[in-house]
Design a protein. Structure first.
Lengths: 380, 200
């Protein structure tokens, strides 16, 4: 899980080089070693995403139970931690039904189109200075553009189901996704303006230095709130789960789906939630940064920051911090889901267009002004 | 041939095939919904070609604008009006098809001729890669400032026009037919739907 695109950009482990050197030591050519290396980070991130979803499902079940003063799953493994696996297995073995008058091809393609952009977006999520699949220059912009493909999958499945609830759900999902994309992008733009870069690694680098005090949340509190609201709306989480409002639309665009195709929607929405939480932590909560800079800690302990052991420890701390921050936000999202009522569609569009959009524009303007006035604090 | 060049070649062939076949499908398929979805695929293949040319910012912008906005709006429009009815046959359809096929074939031949006779500078200028974002920004705010501002004014005009057309209560008579607008049909946004006590 790392890239070689930015050699010398800060310190950090270079896993790729060490793995390839080891493979070449075992008698492989440089090209073959690179070929063996290539799929490894991708598979690792895919596995991480799926495990993240399993944890998420378990958390959702347990926290919803706690909110409603129930116990929740408890027989499948200790504290019911095997429950999400049981859920997944059930979905795998369920019969896969395509309704008789539905459009078979589009019906199958829809869930795939919903899932693929979400998984592709994990390309730019950094877990450490070099711990990401690819440090592409357009980084966060890639995520925004990929997430705009999703509504097409939703419209496709809504249309192909040949069911009025599905079609309405798909249309609602697309409308919601388009309206909240704009304030979301404007909130990201303010952060990008402060970091002078679209790359996720640069955005985190700009937040290191003074530990928790240098995190973007202090400089962009309004942007943080806008981003979080929009991310929840993009993930179709309550209070914004209108596309699948079960009392009004049965289950929206998912109504006709069962088995593995339904599981793809399920997986997609949870991976999207984890991804959004990760990106909030990258954009506003200092990414892999520890509340106290690890350089200071190493200095107090009298250890050189470049020593191999210290490097391994800093990398592990980075991964733990990223995941911890992300799951704190996931916890918040789950708590929100089980405590807030759903908004109406007109309230949803009002909030997006008449409140969040102007506020996001003002936030962008104020950030630009502050950047000109205090270049030292706002990344001149 | 190194792995990188082989991969590029395979990607180029696959993307180009998807692009050409998808574009043909957009034009030739009778089902308009399939055409719209295929159009999204064509836009995505173009974005892939931009990526192969090291223009990642343009590729991402292509996906965001064309797939995420234009194509979704097209689909929206189709799904809001589509009634799944078979259109009645237009008289002289065969002749029309033949004529449009001839025009398209002629245009294709012309473009082929241009492509083969133009002395392309190979290899072209070096791709700027990650610098492209900065370069595009500089151009937008210096020598392309006027077109940029004009485009935004154009979009603003289109938006105001759409709002005026959609909100009939600002007009006293219908623009299309010239009849008086029935004010009773217009939903008042500020009137609560459930708490209306004015009606007995």
């Amino acid at each position: 899980m790392l890239s070689t695109t930015a050699p010398g950009a800060g310190s950090g482990l270079d896993l790729q080089a060490s793995v390839e050197t080891t493979l070449q030591g075992m008698g492989l050519s440089a090209g073959a070693a690179h070929l063996v290396w290539l799929p490894l980070p991708m598979v690792l991130v895919l596995v991480a995403a799926v495990v993240g979803v399993l944890v998420n499902v378990w958390l959702e079940r347990k926290i919803s139970a706690a909110v409603q003063q129930r116990i929740g799953p408890e027989y499948a493994g200790a504290l019911g931690i095997l429950q999400p696996i049981a859920d997944g297995l059930k979905l795998v073995f369920k019969e896969d039904i395509i309704p008789a008058r539905a459009d078979g091809l589009l019906f199958t393609l829809g869930p795939v189109l919903v899932l693929i952009p979400v998984i592709l977006s994990w390309l730019v999520v950094p877990f450490g200075q070099h711990l990401l699949i690819s440090n592409v220059g357009v980084g966060i912009f890639l995520w925004i553009s990929l997430s705009s493909i999703q509504p097409i999958g939703l419209l496709m499945s809504g249309y192909a189901s040949n069911n009025k609830y599905s079609l309405l759900g798909g249309l609602r999902a697309a409308a919601q996704s388009i309206s909240y994309e704009i304030p979301l992008a404007l909130a990201v733009l303010a952060v990008v303006m402060m970091s002078n870069s679209l790359s996720t690694v640069d955005i985190v680098d700009q937040q290191t230095g003074a530990g928790i005090l240098s995190w973007n949340i202090w400089r962009q509190p309004v942007g943080f709130v806008i981003f979080w609201i929009c991310a929840l709306a993009e993930c179709e989480r309550l209070p914004f789960d209108l596309p699948e409002a079960e009392e009004e639309l049965v289950a929206g665009y998912q109504t006709e789906y069962s088995g593995m195709k339904f599981a793809l929607f399920y997986l997609g929405s949870y991976i999207n939630l984890v991804l959004s939480a990760l990106l909030v932590s990258v954009l506003y909560l200092g990414g892999w940064g520890f509340p106290l800079p690890v350089e200071w800690l190493a200095g107090w302990l009298g250890q050189p920051i470049d020593a191999p052991l210290v490097q391994v420890i800093t990398a592990s701390v980075g991964i733990v911090m990223t995941v911890l921050k992300a799951y704190l936000l996931v916890f918040l999202a789950i708590l929100l889901r089980w405590t807030t009522p759903r908004v109406r569609i007109d309230q949803l569009l009002d909030l997006g267009w008449k409140f969040l959009l102007p506020i996001a524009l003002v936030n962008l303007l104020v950030t630009a002004g502050l950047k000109l006035a205090f270049p030292a604090f706002f990344g001149g | 041939m190194t792995i990188a060049i082989t991969t590029q070649l395979i990607c180029f062939v696959a993307l180009a095939a998807a692009l050409v076949l998808g574009a043909l499908g957009v034009v030739l398929l009778p089902n308009i919904v399939y055409s719209a979805f295929l159009l999204g695929g064509v836009f995505l293949s173009v974005a892939g070609l931009y990526l192969l040319l090291n223009a990642s910012f343009v590729a991402a912008a292509q996906v965001l604008v064309y797939v995420g906005a234009v194509n979704v709006l097209i689909l929206f429009a189709i799904m809001l009006v589509n009634k799944r009815e078979d259109l009645s046959a237009i008289p002289g359809l065969g002749v029309r098809r033949l004529l449009s096929g001839l025009v398209c074939g002629g245009l294709f031949a012309l473009l082929l001729r241009v492509a083969f006779t133009t002395p392309w500078a190979l290899p072209g200028p070096l791709p700027v890669g990650e610098e492209a974002t900065i370069r595009i920004g500089e151009h937008l705010f210096s020598d392309y400032l006027l077109p940029f501002e004009l485009a935004s004014v154009l979009l603003l005009m289109a938006m105001i026009g759409a709002i005026v057309l959609a909100r009939r209560d600002v007009l006293s008579c219908d623009i299309g037919t010239g009849e008086a607008v029935d004010q009773g049909l217009i939903e008042k946004a500020r009137t609560p739907l459930l708490l209306d006590r004015s009606t007995p």
